[in-house]
Design a binder for this molecule. Sequence first.
Ligand SMILES: Cc1cc2nc3c(=O)[nH]c(=O)nc-3n(C[C@H](O)[C@H](O)[C@H](O)COP(=O)(O)O)c2cc1C
Length: 299
Amino acid sequence: MVASGTFGYGEEFEELIDVNRLGALVVKSITREPRPGNRTPRSCESPSGMLNSIGLENKGLQGFLKDLYPRISEKFRCPLVVNIAGADEDEYVELAEAIGALPKVAALEINISCPNIRCGGMTFGVSAQLTGALVKRLRRATKVPLIVKLSPNVTDPAAVAQGALDAGADILSLVNTVLALSIDWRKRRSRIAGFTGGLSGPAIRPIAVRMVWQVKKRFPKVPVIGIGGIVNADDVLEFMVAGASAVQVGTANFVEPTVTMEILDRLPGILAAEGIHRIEELVGTVRGSEDAQVPQVNA
Ligand SMILES: Cc1cc2nc3c(=O)[nH]c(=O)nc-3n(C[C@H](O)[C@H](O)[C@H](O)COP(=O)(O)O)c2cc1C
């Protein structure tokens, strides 16, 4: 899959790649009202990655329902996953009711981990209790599968995962961007107008792999989607060995818009060379995991 916010609504890439080959098209977060996003500059480069503070720029629920959804659901045949974000529970619920009722929406991805908005977003994702309360209401609001997108900005992602799963989440995706700051020291200013931003790209991959492993170890039966710094097929397989059943590719789409197609082309050959018949065989097969210890939070 492609990661929310790094692939627009699919149309931006349709002339470059065959979007229908993707496991799913995950669109940019939708909020109730249209949002212009944060002031510019909203992104900057960092070693092996980037910082962004886009601030959830999007056309809002009505813009999605009336303009984007009719077009993209008609145009693309691959499953459509709609990512939603809100400032409070009511906003998420309204979005889930409206978007979850659309016939061509395969799943909702709940963004409780955006570090770049003042209210909501990551406020939910850093608390098992707030996550649980939100997901409980979302579970009642819609029947479509709920993918809860976890934040890396916590000590123990499994504690937040527990809150989401107890409340009825079906799938977990992780991670969103890592809260970060990049300063031009001569100007004594942050390189992005929003001051702090979210770090993504290969720089965060080991953090994301560790968190996927940590969550899968605690919840072996729950499907986990790995996200963070994937740039090639080997990175995909690293996430799968850690415990991911699927992955999303984000920042790499900006560097090389055809990256997802290259990954899909390469995977079969790599697996065949290793004598692996089904990619599922790899999920959670990292060795030495039983004895590895990480701090847990009793949330
Ligand atoms: C420019 C940019 C915009 C993003 N916008 C969203 C968003 O709207 N909703 C969301 O859930 N995640 C958003 N993300 C986070 C990505 O979906 C992904 O979780 C993160 O970038 C880590 O993956 P990567 O290292 O492959 O980019 C955004 C990331 C970037 C770089």
